[in-house]
Design a protein around this ligand. Structure first.
Ligand code: HEM
Length: 468
C-alpha cells in the first residue's frame, strides 16, 4: 500500500515539474524574452501561504533581495510580476500605461460600481478624471477651508471626554465628512445621515468574504450599496429640479456634456461611491500614523506646536479662520506629513494587468499576468532614502528626492487626484489637534494591523484632553 502511495506522490511531483518546465519553455521562446526570476510556487496556490503567514513587506523585501527589482510570484491563483525600481514603475504606470489595465477583485468592483474611475482606461477614464480633478483642484478646495476646520474641531471635541478613542475608526468619520463636502458641497442633514449610516455598512463588506448568503457581511454590504444608489439618485433628482449648478464633484458629473453626451445616473453614482471609497480609509490611516509618529518624537511635536501656535495667535487665538497663505506656511508640519506618507506607505503597491504580451528590460510580462508596482519597496530602499527606517522629516528639506522614487499618491494616468484635499485636511486637523489638545496613547502601538491599509495596532487607542 505504502509503495503505491509513494509511487503516486512521485508521479504527481514529476507531472508538476514537467508542467513547470513546459510553461517556462513556452514563455522563454516568446520574443526571445524570458520570465523574470522568482518562484511561482505550487500550482494555483503559488506563494499565497508564504505571503499571508508573514508581514507582506517582509515577503516582498526578501524576494527583492533574492531575485532583484523585477521578480515573479503567484498569489491567489494569479501569476504576478513585482516591480521595485523607479524605471519599471514609470514604464507600467506612465510610458506604457495603455498596455496595463487597472484590476481589482470582482467582489470589490461590485460594491463600488463598475463605472467608477479606478476600473477604467481610455476616453471614458480621461473624461471622468478631468471632472474629478476639477472638483478637487486647489481653486475649488481653498474656499472650503473654514468648513474643513469646523469638521476637524467637532471631531476633536467629541474625543475630549476622557474616554479611550480608537483613533483610526474615529478619523474615518472625519475623512468621510470631508469627502462628503468635496462631493456634495452643502448637503441636507437628512441625506448626510442616511449616506453615513449606509456607507458604514457598505464599508464593512469591502474586505469580507464575498457571498450572497443573506445576513453575511458581504450581503449586507450589497444591500447597503443598493440603498446608497437610491439616496444618491434622490439627491441628483433634487439638484436637477432646483437647477443647481455647483463646482463640487456631483455638480461636475451632473453638468458633463461633451457633444451632447452626458453621464448616466449609474455612472454618476458609481463615481460618487468610488471617491468616498478612495478618500476615507487612506487619509484616516495616514493621519493615524502621523499621530503615532509625533507622539514617538516629542521634539518634533514641540516644533510642530511652535509653528501652529504662531499661526493660532496670529488668528486672534483661533477666532479667525485659517487662510490658504497660512496653510502654505506650515512648513514643519508639511514635512512631517511627507515623511509619514513615505514611512507608512499605506498604499504599498497597486495592481495592473497586462492586456498583451509586453517585454520590459528583456523580461516578458505575459498577457493576463498581474503586475504590481511596489511603492513601499522604493520608499524604503536605502539607495533612494538614507537610513530609510528612521523617521526623519528633514530629508524633505533639500530638493534631493530623485525622480520617481517618492510616489505616495501613485504615478501616471491613475495618480491620486485627491492629493491636495488629503494634504489640506491633514494640515487643518493637525493645527487644531496641537493647539487645543494633549493626549496619551494608552493601547499597544508597536505592531501593525492591516485594514487592509496598514494602521498602528488596535487603531492607536488614545485618550485626549482639551488644553485651552
Ligand atoms: C493620504 C491620503 C491618500 C493617499 C495616500 C492616496 C493614494 C492614492 C494612490 C496611490 C492612488 C493611485 C492608485 C493606482 O494607481 O492604482 C490613488 C488614486 C485615487 N485617489 Fe487617492 N489617496 C489619498 C486620498 C484621496 C482623497 C482624499 C481622494 C478624494 C477626495 C482621493 C481620490 C482618489 C481617486 C478618485 C483615485 C483614482 C484615480 C484614477 O483612477 O484615475 N484620494 N490615491
Amino acid at each position: 500500500m505504502s509503495t503505491i502511495f509513494a509511487g503516486l506522490v512521485t508521479l504527481i511531483m514529476l507531472i508538476i515539474m514537467v508542467v513547470k518546465k513546459l510553461n517556462q519553455w513556452r514563455f522563454t521562446t516568446k520574443f526571445g524574452a524570458k520570465l523574470p526570476p522568482g518562484s511561482l510556487g505550487w500550482p494555483y496556490i503559488g506563494e499565497t501561504l508564504q505571503l499571508f503567514s508573514q508581514n507582506p513587506h517582509v515577503f516582498f523585501s526578501s524576494r527583492q533581495k533574492r531575485y532583484g527589482d523585477v521578480f515573479k510570484t503567484r498569489i491567489l491563483g494569479c501569476p504576478c510580476i513585482m516591480l521595485a525600481n523607479p524605471e519599471a514603475l514609470k514604464f507600467v504606470l506612465m510610458t506604457k500605461a495603455n498596455l496595463f489595465k487597472p484590476t481589482y477583485p470582482k467582489s470589490k468592483e461590485r460594491l463600488i460600481g463598475t463605472n467608477a474611475i479606478f476600473f477604467q482606461q481610455g476616453t471614458y477614464h480621461s473624461q471622468i478624471r478631468k471632472l474629478v480633478q476639477a472638483s478637487l483642484s486647489l481653486d475649488t478646495i481653498k474656499p472650503r477651508i473654514p468648513k474643513i476646520e469646523l469638521i476637524a474641531k467637532s471631531t476633536l471635541n467629541s474625543w475630549a471626554d476622557g474616554r479611550v478613542v480608537h483613533v483610526f475608526q474615529e478619523l474615518k468619520k472625519f475623512t468621510f465628512d470631508v469627502a462628503v463636502l468635496s462631493i456634495f458641497g452643502e448637503l441636507d442633514s437628512y441625506y448626510h445621515q442616511v449616506l453615513k449610516e449606509n456607507y458604514v455598512t457598505l464599508d464593512k463588506g469591502y474586505n469580507s468574504f464575498p457571498t450572497i448568503i443573506p445576513a453575511t457581511c458581504y450581503f449586507k454590504s450589497l444591500m447597503a450599496r443598493r440603498r446608497l444608489s437610491q439616496i444618491i439618485r434622490d439627491i441628483l433628482n433634487d439638484r436637477r429640479e432646483k437647477r443647481l449648478t455647483t463646482r463640487d464633484l456631483l455638480g461636475c458629473l451632473l453638468n458633463f456634456n461633451e457633444n451632447g453626451k452626458t453621464l448616466t445616473d449609474d455612472q454618476i453614482i458609481d463615481n460618487v461611491i468610488g471617491v468616498l471609497f478612495a478618500a476615507q480609509d487612506t487619509a484616516a490611516s495616514v493621519l493615524t500614523w502621523i499621530l503615532k509618529y509625533i507622539t514617538d518624537h516629542p521634539k518634533l511635536l514641540e516644533e510642530i506646536q511652535r509653528e501652529q501656535m504662531t499661526i493660532y495667535k496670529a488668528n486672534a487665538n483661533g477666532e479667525q479662520p485659517l487662510t490658504w497663505t497660512q496653510i502654505r506656511e506650515m512648513q514643519v508640519t508639511h514635512k512631517v506629513i511627507l515623511e509619514s506618507l513615505r514611512m507608512a506607505s499605506i498604499i504599498s503597491f497597486t495592481y495592473r494587468e497586462a492586456i498583451q504580451d509586453v517585454v520590459y528590460d528583456g523580461y516578458l510580462i505575459p498577457k493576463g499576468w498581474k503586475v504590481l508596482p511596489l511603492f513601499r519597496n522604493i520608499h524604503h530602499n536605502p539607495a533612494f532614502f538614507d537610513d530609510p527606517e528612521t523617521f526623519n522629516p528633514s530629508r524633505f528639506e533639500a530638493a534631493t528626492i530623485k525622480a520617481h522614487t517618492y510616489m505616495p499618491f501613485g504615478y501616471g494616468a491613475h495618480a491620486c487626484p485627491g492629493n491636495e484635499v488629503a494634504k489640506l485636511l491633514m494640515l487643518v486637523f493637525i493645527h487644531h489637534l496641537v493647539t487645543h489638545f494633549r493626549w496619551e496613547v494608552v493601547g499597544p502601538h508597536s505592531g501593525v494591523e492591516y485594514d487592509p491599509f496598514p494602521v498602528p495596532e488596535q487603531g492607536l487607542r488614545t485618550r485626549f484632553w482639551r488644553t485651552s
